[in-house]
Design a protein around this ligand. Structure first.
Ligand code: HEM
Length: 470
């Protein structure tokens, strides 16, 4: 019978387009080319799994476990998958490198760099929910993912008397009030690729992120300020001694043994309303290894690089963290600084709060996307223009802003039903999007003046061209 035909994983992987779309699931192979256009979740999403195994995708969207979905799939079975042909993820086979023990990543992730791993989810999946599933949360690693022995792990807090206070995860949970809140994290390099695509004769330095180096999770943990108070670290004493920086370090050590570090202004570490968290849970689960197991510093409203993963050390200091991510890479220079070999690093402050930004994730007549602003500023309005910025109207927005303060540490999702006039003469229209935050900040129109050598914080209007078919 047809079901006895054996296919290799390699062969399945070649059928990865709408012309010929195969998938595997639980050891069987399916040709779903015909079904793709009828998929209730969209052909685009089905295409993400083309030539691959369905399990990690169906794990994200539980409605597929229903009987009627399984019956649909069964109709398209064309054979069996040769189990011997199924390879483990390529990273795992990197036997003798520092990257031989990386966690599995979701096959939908767009990889911007394999080692250290840097990946962002596809726009069509990012927009599906206010909370990003852990498997799809963007990942920006700098070094191999550390392996942490939870039995011996402690968070070490440096005390004013020179001693160290070690705290286990259990102690954190027992001693302090536990808080859970939705927080959007964004890489400072989000939307960097637009610089190279739109600004002529100049090249920015950094990984080419699209508009999905941003994700939202419910982070659960304890307030950093409660830990500091428990350790006997007083804000007044720190101020008197000129200790103006709160420093943290992660366990992702390089060859020199120094972990990636960061610092935030001391004031913010002690400010309850800034909600700086030492987090141990992400969306109701232990924090996955890629996102900092077992602890991550979550500094809401602040550039991703300060949200240190695999958090292991806390101290106060007169000096900023010496980590290159604090002293160099995440600094903003003018468009006139163009020589990557001669950047005057010490002349600019490190980036902390994020500016207001937005992006279109689904460019179609049912247009959707996100808007976000740092520093706890909520989004109050998202404007859309379908004529390149001459006229504007408002999108429908959804968020969890605090109704009293309009503040939020999470993004706003928006959508808009676009009506293309019947008598339109143009072959294409340009959609522009811009957000306004609760401090009435808005986004600059043009990208040129925002150009900076590291390609950071591109928050110009996001633009997409739609081609009109008749
Ligand atoms: C919904 C089938 C693959 C994402 C559905 C539904 C069916 C279906 C029947 C409607 C479920 C219901 O009645 O509630 C299939 C089949 C697939 C497949 C047969 C493979 C051959 C995928 C993949 C993805 C995906 C690979 C994502 C990456 C979705 C989403 C929905 C959905 C997001 C929800 C639509 C909505 O709620 O608006 N799928 N699916 N599906 N599917 Fe799939």
């Amino acid at each position: 019978s047809k079901e006895e035909i054996l296919f290799t994983a390699d062969e399945v992987s070649k059928h990865n387009s709408l012309e010929s779309l195969w998938v595997s699931y639980k050891g069987k192979v399916y040709d779903v080319t015909e079904f793709a256009q009828a998929h209730p979740g969209g052909a685009k999403n089905l295409l993400l799994a083309a030539g691959k195994d369905l399990a990690p995708f169906w794990g994200l969207y539980q409605q597929h476990s229903a009987d009627h979905v399984q019956e649909i799939l069964a109709r398209y079975c064309i054979g069996k998958l040769d189990p011997k042909s199924v390879k483990k993820s390529c990273l795992k086979s990197d036997k003798n490198t520092a990257y031989s023990n990386e966690p599995e990543r979701h096959p939908a992730m767009k990889i911007n760099n394999p080692t250290p791993f840097n990946g962002e989810p596809p726009p069509s999946l990012l927009l599906r929910s206010f909370i990003t599933p852990n498997e799809l949360h963007f990942i920006r690693n700098r070094l191999p993912v550390p392996e942490v022995d939870i039995a011996t792990f402690t968070l070490d807090v440096s005390l004013p008397n020179g001693n160290v206070l070690p705290l286990s995860i259990d102690e954190l949970k027992e001693k302090f009030e536990v808080i859970e809140m939705p927080v959007t994290l964004m890489c400072a390099g989000n939307r960097r690729s637009e610089f190279n695509a739109q600004v002529k004769d100049k090249k920015v330095n950094g990984l080419s992120w699209g508009q999905c180096a941003i994700s939202t999770a419910r982070w659960k943990g304890v307030l950093l300020t409660d830990i500091l108070e428990h350790a006997g670290i007083s804000y007044q004493e720190c101020r008197a001694k000129g200790l103006v920086h709160l420093r943290v370090e992660g366990l992702d050590a390089g060859p020199d043994g120094v972990g990636t570090g960061a610092s935030i202004p001391l004031e913010r570490a002690f400010d309850r309303s800034s909600s700086v968290l030492v987090a141990f849970e992400m969306n109701g689960e232990e924090i996955p290894r890629d996102h900092g197991f077992p602890l991550r510093l979550v500094v809401p409203g602040t550039v991703g690089a300060r949200n240190i993963k695999w958090l292991s050390k806390i101290s106060v200091s007169a000096e900023e963290s010496e980590s290159p991510t604090q002293r160099r890479d995440y600094k903003l220079f003018g468009p006139n600084v163009t020589n990557v070999k001669n950047i005057p690093w010490e002349q600019a402050p490190s980036v902390q709060y994020l500016p207001v930004t937005s992006a279109i994730l689904e460019p179609s007549t049912g247009t959707k996307g996100y808007a976000y602003s740092g520093a706890g500023n909520g989004i109050t309005r998202v404007d859309i223009s379908v004529d390149g910025g001459q006229t504007w109207t408002q999108t429908e927005i959804f968020n969890e802003n605090d109704p009293y303060t309009q503040k939020s540490f999470a993004w706003t999702l928006w959508n808009f039903e676009l009506e293309i006039p019947e008598d339109i003469k143009e072959d294409k229209i340009e959609i522009c999007i811009r957000a306004i935050d609760s401090n009435c900040n808005t986004q600059p129109e043009k990208i040129d003046a925002l150009w900076n050598i590291r390609g950071l914080l591109n928050n110009s209007w996001h633009r997409i061209e739609l081609f009109v078919t008749r």
